[in-house]
Design a protein around this ligand. Structure first.
Ligand code: HEM
Length: 405
């Protein structure tokens, strides 16, 4: 389906429907308008009301100012649950990951997981990523079109070949099952199955540690503190959720962006030393994560004349901030040598992405292999037939079919 050409109705008094096809498809037009005319806007995700901020400085403020916290229960004074809805007890423990917590609890968990993400652990993944990416491309070479799907997270967790199918199933449950109408079924049924499988994997790693990050997580220790079993499971789920879909969609968004900017791709081929800055620019220009988890106001806060009421949620729109002309020179220009490039595509503040280094490395290897091996790679459909998924806080395509020869 081609993108609709109907005029967009920008109206600062009507909440933006973030789950709508109109917003998803035209989000960069919305962003341009919000940045100039409505830097704080009411919005809706399904039935939930929230505020969104779009300007670079405002996003950074909301992510670092003590008046905004992650734990909804604490901000509203209604308990300590970070979740806005009821979930069964067993599942709640898993859902309480550090991305929804504030310091000091957040710091404690983050310090422990940092121990597993040492530069050495990441470097030792590098070779495997190289060959995985090669295998992936070898596997598709005879086909005319592919969907790019990195399997690096499986490698990170140390999944063996015969567990791969079940693992990918769990990843699918976690990543797609937790949105939309399937959420109830996921919470009540699928998540239990995924948890059982993951617990089995954790137990196996405990008996037989490898040099993967999961093994390192199990043994991570600071000041005599370790992750408890539930925390370990929550952390593995967080890493899968935070690391798998993000990287997959950065790669696919990047393929499109590079193919739509052939002069930049040419430059990259002539100057491969630009790959590092190119990947940073890809995250700024068409990164997959456009909104952080919600920040809740602990008191009434005024931003540009709009009062964010105590206890109410705000989402910083990273995708808009990354195109704010107050922060970036010619933000609409895709420039693989852009420096400095202080984009917010990996978030900001306490919850800044823990997997940034890994994500940059994976993406560089996947893209470099693709464009080196297949000099004629091109989109299999006209760009305006590529559909954007209607998922608040994301910028991701339904699929990214490419022709290789
Ligand atoms: C292109 C790939 C990626 C992008 C664009 C990305 C982006 C982000 C963003 C925007 C945040 C902040 C979210 C917030 O404030 O609510 C974040 C947090 C996080 N990311 Fe990533 N990420 C990527 C890959 C990864 C990978 C590969 C991993 C791990 C293997 C990872 C692990 C995490 C974790 C654990 C957090 C939460 C940190 C905390 O709460 O302290 N990410 N990421």
């Amino acid at each position: 389906m081609a993108a609709t050409t109907a005029p967009l109705e920008f109206d600062a008094t009507r909440p933006i429907k973030m789950s709508s096809a109109d917003f998803s498809t035209h989000k960069y037009d919305w962003y341009r308008w919000m940045l100039e005319e409505a830097p704080v806007m009411p919005a809706k995700i399904s039935v939930m009301k929230l505020s969104v901020v779009s300007r670079y400085d405002d996003c950074r403020m909301v992510l670092t100012d003590d008046r905004f916290i992650r734990n909804r229960g604490k901000a509203t004074g209604k308990g300590t649950s970070p979740l806005p809805f009821f979930v069964p007890k067993g599942i709640a423990a898993i859902a309480r990951s550090m991305i929804l917590e504030d310091d000091p609890e957040h710091r404690r968990l983050r310090n422990l997981v940092n121990k597993a993400f040492t530069p050495r652990a990441i470097a030792s993944l590098s070779d495997r990523i190289e060959s995985l990416s090669g295998d992936l491309l070898d596997g598709v070479v005879k086909k005319s079109a592919i969907d790019l799907l990195p399997r690096v997270i499986a490698e990170m967790v140390g999944v063996s070949d015969d567990e791969m199918h079940e693992f990918q199933n769990s990843v699918r449950i976690l990543s797609t099952g937790l949105t939309g109408l399937s959420i109830a079924k996921t919470l009540v049924w699928d998540l239990r199955i995924a948890s059982k499988f993951m617990r089995k994997m954790i137990e196996a790693k405990r008996q037989n540690p490898g040099d993967d990050i999961l093994s390192a997580l199990i043994h991570a220790e600071e000041d005599g503190d370790r992750l408890k079993d539930q925390e370990l499971l929550a952390m593995v789920f967080l890493l899968i959720l935070a690391g798998f879909e993000t990287t997959t969609h950065l790669v696919s968004n990047s393929v499109r962006t590079l193919l739509e900017h052939p002069e930049q791709l040419e430059r990259l081929r002539a100057q491969p030393e630009l790959w590092d800055s190119a990947v940073e620019e890809l995250v700024r220009f068409r990164g997959p994560v456009h909104g952080t988890k919600l920040q809740y106001a602990t008191e009434d806060v005024e931003i540009h004349g709009v009062i964010i009421k105590k206890g109410s949620p705000v989402m910083p729109i990273l995708g808009a901030a990354n195109h704010d002309p107050r922060a970036f020179d010619k933000p609409e220009v895709f420039d693989i040598s852009r420096t400095p490039n202080h984009h917010l595509g990996f978030g900001f503040g306490n919850h800044f992405c823990l997997g940034r280094q890994l994500a940059l490395m994976e993406t560089k290897v996947a893209l470099k292999n693709l464009f080196d091996r297949y000099p004629n790679v091109r989109l299999a459909v006209p760009p305006d037939e590529l559909k954007i998924m209607a998922m608040p806080g994301w910028h991701r395509h339904v699929s990214m079919p490419v022709l290789l020869d």
